[in-house]
Every structure is written in C-alpha cells, then in structure tokens.
Design a protein around this ligand. Sequence first.
Ligand code: COA
Length: 277
Amino acid sequence: MIDTIGTDIPDGEERLRLDVEDGLGILTLCRPRKLNAWSWESTRQLGLFADRIRFDDSIRAVLLRAEGRAFCAGIDITAPGGAITGRSGAERARNYYEAMRWVHERFRAFAELPQPVVAAVQGYCLGFGFELALMADVRIAADDAVFALPEARLGVAVDAGGDLRIAREAGAGWAKLLALTGRRVDAPTAERLRLLQQVVPVAELAKSARAVSAEIAANAPLAVQGIKRGIDAYADTGMAGALDRVAMNAAITLTSEDSREGYGAKAAGRAPAFEGK
Ligand code: COA
C-alpha cells in the first residue's frame, strides 16, 4: 500500500531534497541513477515539501531542478501498478481512483503553491516528468531537453493533468497530437509551442533558471503571489473538474489488461498488442 500518513523521509529514501538559500526554495529531484523515475513515494515527498514551502515566508520563489543528465524519465516502470490491490476488478478500480485522488491532492498542493515555481529542465522529460514541469509557473530548458507523454504507448492515461496543461499553453490540438501519439519533441519545438519560456545551452541552465527565480524572489511577495493566483484563476478555469475525470481515466487504464501488456512490452523491448480491455 501507499504510505498516506507518514510525515518523515527516511535516510536513503530521498526522492526530493529542499534547500533554502537567498529567498529561494530549491527543490531537487535526487534519484539521478534512475533518471529521477517517479514513484508513489516521490509523490508523498512532494506533498510534504509543498506543505513546508507553502508556510515558509523565507521562500519567495521555488526553483525546481533535477540532478543528473535527465530531469525525469517518467513513472517508475519497474513498479507497475503493484501498490494497489483489490478483491475484484471493480474494487481495484475503486482503490486506484481513491489513490489517484490522493495523488492529485499532493500535486495540487505543489501546483497551487503561493510562491511561483521555475522549472529547470535538462535531458529526458518524459511522462510524469513532463507533467511535473508543466505544474511549474515558468519553464527554462537546456537545448538537449526532450519532451513526450508516452503514456498511451504503455496503455495508461496521462494521469496528472499534463495534457490539460499543454492544452492550456499550446492549444487542444497540440495536446491531443502529443498525448495521443506519445511522440517526442525537442526543446526548440517545445518553445515554439509555448511550453517553454526560455531555451539555453546545457552549461547555462543552472545559472539562467536561478537568475529568473531570483528576479521573481526580489519582487514584493504579496504582489507576486497575487499575480500568480489571479493568472491561475483565469488560466486554470475548468482544471479541477477535468482532473477528477483524469483520476477516473487513470483508475480505468491502470487496472486494464492493456496496461499490463504495455508495461510488459516496454520491459521486453517489443511492440505492444493492445486489445482495448
Ligand atoms: N522507471 C524506472 N527506471 C528507469 C526509468 C523509468 N521510467 N527510466 C530510466 N530508468 C533507469 C533505467 O532502468 C536505468 O537503470 P539501470 O542503470 O539500473 O539499468 C537508468 O535509469 C538509466 O536508463 P537507461 O535506459 O540506461 O538510459 P538511456 O539513455 O539508454 O535511455 C530513456 C533513457 C529515458 C529513453 C529510457 O530509460 C526509457 O525509455 N525509460 C522509460 C521512459 C518511460 O516510458 N517512462 C514512463 C512514461 S509514462
């Protein structure tokens, strides 16, 4: 089962790290050996850090970054669906739905932080990694960054609102093209689609993202937070209702035979044979 009540992060289990310096909360994905693959535990830790950041007035802006050559290669595909059980298909789907609602509550705490979040993205930014970057307010990417939502190729729904946020930034047609095909786009293409605010050489990513975060952090916190809230109230209209639908889609696909086929095929390096069940 997922740990939904623990509030500590045991040594050696860190998926994220928070450092506070110069008015910045620097939130780092710190599982580089696995290309920062994301798990239920990562989500739990994200929620804990969001709760901490939210009430820390020494943090005026957040810099979301990742160690290693990739921002995040998506959901940990070595642990597919194992966490949620049930005595029947119906009960498993119900349990997944409730788990996805819990996950969405954590993501919401992060996406709705009062302080603005700047994401610094390098290398692979796939699946959930892309969705996480899209939860930030501003995205700066290195020119080696690669973006995709490959979920449909694995037989699962895009489950954290990444497709909705692409629709918000780039339009519904691009959201559909990217999410329905799972195809990859490079950083210049993502910038052209308005999914990135700046693309810089890899060696300049840390400096550039920090400079933007510091520029925001230097401004008046009440003004900055009011601006973020106002723009989100406009830009995220309809988001909450759509996300509940996304949670249900996730529950249906995560309990499907097609998702087992998709993950199995990926692990075996073969093409999946989906049957729609
Ligand atoms: N889940 C779990 N482990 C992952 C992972 C993921 N999503 N992505 C990468 N890793 C691990 C690899 O298993 C490998 O671990 P190992 O060194 O212990 O074998 C390590 O990270 C490095 O990955 P590797 O595949 O060797 O790097 P690469 O540069 O050859 O390929 C990717 C990079 C991202 C193309 C490839 O790792 C990949 O396809 N990952 C899965 C992406 C995906 O489908 N994500 C789910 C989206 S919903």
